[in-house]
Design a protein around this ligand. Sequence first.
Ligand code: FMN
Length: 482
Amino acid sequence: MNKTGNPLDLREWLKRIDQIGELDHCLGAHPNLEIGAISQLNVKKENHKALLFDDIVGYPKGYRVLTCSTGSKKRLASILRLPSPNTHQDLIESLRDKPAEWLSKAKDFTPTPVSHGPILENVMQGDAVDLNQFPAVLWNKDDGGKYIGTGCSVVSQDLESGWVNVGTYRVMLQSKNKVGLMIIPGKHAHIQHTKYMDAKKPFPVVIILGADPLNYLISGIEVPFDVSEFNYIGAILGQPVEVIQGDVTNLPFPSAAEIVLEGWVYPGDQAPEGPFGEFLGYYTSGSSLASVVTVEKLYYRNNPIILGSPPSKPPNDYSYSKSVMRSALLFNSIVAAGVPNVQSVWAHEIGGSRMFNVISIKQKYAGHARQAGHILSQCGVGAYMSRYSIVVDEDIDPSNLSEVMWAVATRSDPVNDIDFIQRGVGSQSDPMSVAQTLKAPFASKAIIDACRPFEYLSTFPKVVDVSEDLEKHVKKKWPNLL
Ligand SMILES: Cc1cc2nc3c(=O)[nH]c(=O)nc-3n(C[C@H](O)[C@H](O)[C@H](O)COP(=O)(O)O)c2cc1C
């Protein structure tokens, strides 16, 4: 194993994506709503690039915000250190077996502590800490405050075992040395926080506001309990993460991180937080009390970059990455459940990569399509919040909504081809649960079989289409037109 550490340098990654034409710049935007609006409009464009904001109104030149970092197959592959893909399917294929491999190797990649690194270029402590110098953003007009942490990673530790967790939880600016931290009950840092509060001890926290996006990509997914995301990231990189240990809390952070806040949540210290536009495109919860972090020590690089990743109506800043990661996990789960001839799976961004999922199969026997649809809807990775599960034939690309809905419109018979599941697994953050103020988050589910009926496969009307050869031929002959 290569013992050299990786400092998770965002600037090295920016160089790499600039070389492949995946980086754009925006100068002179206002942090109140303009950065949010530009980022949202950008992410909805086909072939959009990552956006680096500079000359932000009210802040020193060089103090930057990056958004849309994970939103294309090439950028995502580059973050995950996978080969550059031609299609979404290529990316899912190269990702499919990786999460299990990374998990099994994580124990071999304990972070490497170092004493130097770019994050130490500026260090302030106590009264000198001033978070107002950094461009905190008001992403959407009904948000309850300015958020300094969205594509961030929060490092915390278990009181008993010492296990270091790294999770993405939003961070709202409260004052020059205080931020609000919104951690949903059940998340790993919440479990750790509860132990400290029960013991009436301050909860030590480190918040990383920018680093190689691999850091926030992995801190934003469910790495199992007791496994440190830093080890998991080391397994992806094939080398340990190089970390500095903060001398206030002893918690680690990458040596090339952009901005790091180190401090404590004191027992009982809470303040109103939110509302905040969420990943399905709604304000599903209002303002509520959240933990306050008092920042004792601040570290930042010269001309620091905040990694922004605001949720909003999908497709949003990080929905593409969630679609790819969940599609790969679903694919593996469905194959493991014994469904043959699975061609492809896609968890659509519009459903927050949970509520609108599609599978394509090459039908082998009567009932095969229903089996695939029900397992897609109910397998471990899929059951939470799955609302619509759609099964299509192998000639349909599940990631192409227009093709999928064409299959639904032309190959399904509503009375016979839609199955319902009552009282399935829902969520408190489903806008339907919120609107109906459900006592428990049950949700009904539909499985739509949009495959040609198995018994009519040979007689089903032929598709009118341009053959692959003919397409190649005309594209070659009229390159400017097509
Ligand atoms: C950009 C982004 C923002 C997120 N914001 C929050 C948040 O504010 N609170 C929260 O509890 N989870 C949030 N999540 C989800 C958690 O990061 C995710 O569930 C992760 O697995 C939590 O880490 P843990 O498994 O170590 O608890 C967010 C995820 C992403 C990608």
